[in-house]
Design a protein. Sequence first.
Length: 405
Amino acid sequence: MRTIAIANQKGGCGKTTVSINLAACLAREGRRTLLVDMDPQGHCALGLAVPEEQIEVNIYDVLVGDEVGGKIDISRSIWQITANFDLSPSTAALSKLEMNGHTITEAQGLLNDALNPIRDKYEYVLVDCPPHIGLLTFNALHAASEVIIPVDTGYFSLQGLTKQLETVEAIRAGRENPLEIRILANLYDVRTKLGREILNELKRKFGPMMCHTFINFNTKLREGASFGQPITEYDPGSMGFRDFVRLARELISSGGPEMVSTTLLKQADELAERAEKLLATSKPLLEDEEGEADTDIDQPATPQQVQEKIDQLYGVRTTEEGVLFTAHAPEATQVHLAGDFNSWCPDATPMVPCGDGDGFKALLPLAPGRYRYRYVIDGDWAKDPHNDYVEANPFGELNSVVEVT
């Protein structure tokens, strides 16, 4: 179970909109997802049309127990929103937790303890944090392994991000387990010069922490919240829907080695073993130092020699002009390149023949960052076989990855 805190000192509906729609899109991708509202304002219930007067058990009850000190299972507070998407709501009563005189040391593990009984039930738990750093936020960060900080692409939000990161870094320093920090550019308006400048500044200053996905300004997101619906239900054809689906898939793909199935790893090992055997028995057609071809088939090339030649021809590498992608596709008619850099639209990046009859290439001027990509060879999607840096994608396959420094 991955527990992700959504935290922003600015708070407001922007943060809650991210929490609601990201949870809904993770659920739409087939991931069992629970949204826990740790904000006493109760905006998650409001944005999902859960009537407060009908909430009999909320997250405050779960954290503090009943009147006689008995524990209340978090499952009693859960409302089903859609398939795979549940909510544990809050009410204004949650604000009493910080006024009960508990110290942070005493009470920061309450949420983590409450989540223990359901760890096998959900793949993702998103925690919507309050807009201030206190006991409730400490609970959320103590339970989480990751934190997403949505940042509106405005001047004052950029100023507040530095302070937010200082606070989160201080909390992370006191933890035994790692806490991964992700920054999400939110409410981005490409039409404004300020929005473009702020996004570029975010990438420049916080590049390694930035989500590749950013959320465009889209009125459909606000309209959906006002109707008590996530964007997956209100308008699945909108830009807001596409942005949050893309964000959900990015999170799923970034799940680390545990997200790669045993079957995929076994297939990769088998392919690597077959490739090594093939290279070990291949005959060279390499040029010598004078540029003449060596056709002595009785002298086998070493695996290192063959691999060096392949590495020179195919794969991905950084040049002064940009990042050069070279695919080995000797029988292909068309090869395209799809990845984070073109919104996974292969038609946007056709690759051109290399001239040797076997390869296709594309040179892209990419900014520093981490990019996932795949080749589309005559309509068939495939990872780069000459790049060992891969990660699992939501479709049970592998994406190739390149990091530009």
